[in-house]
Design a protein around this ligand. Structure first.
Ligand code: FES
Length: 175
């Protein structure tokens, strides 16, 4: 029998409410309500995003376990999501995240030059954070803005046709 379409109901030892504030639980509940009760694990991605934002931009194992408990799903299933998608971070990050698309259109449109500029100007490499903690530099797969390459996502905002001069101006405006 395939388990592919079987809900992932589990009993967890973790206190479901220990690490998730009432506000976080209320925000996650909004997403849980979009699905049938037996499929509340479908809210795992917005739940992880909410918890990550609340934790300064990254996820601890304890927080992922708390999400698993809250959604009645295996911890490993939450780890799979958190490690597969590039928007989740499992280590501390800077105050901002600069995500440069490294897929074909953007690479042809100047993404490599943009990354080289960020490396030489700010002393940070993909996966790293500037010494002053201002931003973490990440390389992303296609951001879906291929017509306006190179595309960069800074925190939750998109920037298109970005030049080194553009990104310098944007970074200067970040706190
Ligand atoms: S290739 Fe960069 S947005 Fe699609």
């Amino acid at each position: 029998m395939s388990l592919r379409n079987t809900p992932l109901g589990l009993v967890h030892a973790v206190d479901k409410e220990a690490l998730l504030t009432a506000e976080l639980r209320a925000a996650i509940d909004v997403h849980i309500a979009k699905y049938p009760p037996e499929w509340k694990q479908s809210a795992v991605m917005p739940a992880l995003t909410l918890v990550q934002d609340h934790n300064g931009g990254w996820l601890t194992r304890e927080l992922m376990d708390a999400v698993a408990a809250y959604l009645d799903m295996p911890e490993t299933a939450v780890y799979e999501v958190a490690t597969f998608y590039a928007m989740y971070d499992l280590e501390p990050v800077g105050r901002h995240k600069i995500c440069v698309c490294n897929s074909v259109s953007c690479m042809l449109g100047g993404a490599e030059d943009l990354i080289a500029h960020l490396e030489s100007t700010y002393g940070v490499h993909p996966g790293g954070t500037t010494a002053d903690g201002k931003f973490t530099l990440k390389e992303f797969e296609c951001l879906g803005a291929c017509r306006h390459a190179p595309a960069v996502m800074i925190d939750k905002g998109y920037h298109e046709c970005v030049t080194p001069a553009d990104i310098d101006r944007i970074i200067a405006d970040l706190d």
